[in-house]
Write a protein that binds this ligand. Structure first.
Ligand SMILES: *Cc1c(COP(=O)(O)O)cnc(C)c1O
Length: 416
């Protein structure tokens, strides 16, 4: 077999050996907090389940294989994984952060970690000069999210990695792209963090996180804090996440296909002001997306014409797109970032970053693209009077033929 094996194969086999005691083909849920030792000081590497649990180890091995990382540590949530990564720092250290950031990460940095003496500078990381200008003598970490949430802007991972000097760490929150479409470690990042709650778990039924690296010292520090702080996932959660991750390749291909169809539909409407999707040629960083990613993912954001009340009304009227936070599951979701995911960011700060009141974010699921588009169409048509674009029939008509939904670059021949 070729080494390394292709992504889809790793997703199904890495860490998934038959159980050594029974031969169970599927990794068992080891619901145990402790392990019986034959004699004092003798055990088989398992002593206490905060420190180590076989189901969690299987998950960590699987997810490390997906990022082609040597080391992985699983956590009870994406925030716990982020927090453990920030444990690499000490009081007085400085972090350069992308300003178009997941709301919970902003809250952790600005409300919790500043109290422990860490300093954060938020910059528009799409501008490498701004990143360079933000570096201080005490800068220890660059925190990247790409594509960003909710505006789906891209940060040039290799570009930021080229700015770091020895001793500095580049961390990437790779939740939106998933390891199927983007490999930050190969682009020069030192640590990758995921909220496995999203695409990796993939079924909106479990919360989790993971931190992955090829650097032995970083891995040791994260493992140490995983045990010392204790934000570990239980074996049931590890099992569910592992089961979801096995189908990541097929799911991501289909998420992308549907997202592309939805983004194209939205862009053609005159009552939609702007569509944000890295796979559209109109995306200002489409070229970077093609260079840095193997596909463009399943998230689409758009700004409606009309007042905020229209955005709220559309979010209420969609039926297949459930009005809910989170993303990355098989079911489609719609959110109003300004009032939901980004509600913890002050309004002026939020608007400065482009998270306006007319913005809606879609997590495009795995339903039929034709049905998803019809659902959006009825919500947009019903609120069209609020858009101030006249009553003509733009965007109103027969549903598209699903056979003509555009293929995307990932189709057929993913890089792996
Ligand atoms: C959801 C999310 C997180 C936080 O993960 P939890 O599992 O909810 O703790 C971090 N970053 C991004 C980009 C997310 O979408």
């Amino acid at each position: 077999m070729p080494e390394p094996m292709d992504f889809a194969t790793r997703a199904i086999h890495a860490g998934q050996d038959a159980d050594p005691t029974t031969g169970a083909t599927i990794v068992p849920i080891y619901a145990t907090s402790t392990y019986t030792q034959p004699a004092v000081g003798e055990h088989r590497g398992f002593d206490y389940s905060r420190t180590v649990n076989p189901t969690r180890v299987a998950l960590e091995t699987q997810l490390a294989a997906l990022e082609e990382a040597r080391y992985g540590s699983a956590f009870a949530s994406g925030m716990a994984a982020t927090s453990a990564t920030l444990n690499l720092l000490a009081a007085g250290d400085h972090v350069v952060v992308t300003d178009d950031l997941y709301g919970g990460t902003y809250r952790l940095f600005s409300k919790v970690l500043v109290r422990y003496g860490l300093e954060f500078t938020y910059v528009d990381m799409t501008d490498l000069d701004a990143v360079r200008a933000a570096i201080r003598p005490n800068t220890k970490l660059f925190w990247i999210e790409t594509p960003t949430n909710p505006l789906l802007r891209l940060v040039d991972i290799a570009g930021v990695a080229a700015l770091k000097t020895p001793g500095q760490v580049v961390a990437v929150d790779n939740t939106f792209a998933s390891p199927y479409f983007q490999s930050p470690l190969a682009l020069g990042a030192d640590v990758v963090v995921h909220s496995t709650t999203k695409y990796i778990g993939g079924h909106s039924d479990v919360v989790g996180g993971v931190a992955l690296t090829n650097d032995a010292a970083i891995a040791e520090s994260i493992k140490f804090h995983q045990n010392a702080v204790g934000g570990v996932p239980g074996p049931f959660d590890a099992f569910l996440t592992m089961r979801g991750a096995k189908t990541l390749a097929v799911r991501m291909r289909e998420h992308e296909r549907n997202a592309h169809a939805v983004a194209t539909f939205l862009e053609e409407r005159d009552d939609v002001a702007r569509v944000f999707y890295p796979g559209l040629p109109s995306h200002p960083q489409h070229a970077l997306a093609q260079r840095q990613m193997r596909g463009f993912g399943g998230m689409v954001s758009f700004t409606l014409r009309g007042p905020e009340s229209r955005a709220l009304e559309v979010a209420k009227r969609t039926k297949l797109f459930s009005l809910a936070e989170s993303l990355g599951g098989v079911e489609s979701l719609i959110t109003h970032p300004a009032r939901m995911t980004h509600g913890s960011i002050p309004k002026d700060e939020r608007e400065r970053r482009g998270v306006t009141d007319g913005l809606l974010r879609l997590s495009v699921g795995l339903e039929s693209a034709r049905d998803l588009i019809a659902d959006l169409r009825q919500a947009l048509d019903a609120t069209r009077a609020l858009a101030g674009v006249g009553a003509n029939d733009a965007g109103i008509g027969d549903p598209p033929n699903p056979d003509r939904i555009p293929a995307t670059q990932s189709e057929g021949a993913p890089t792996y």
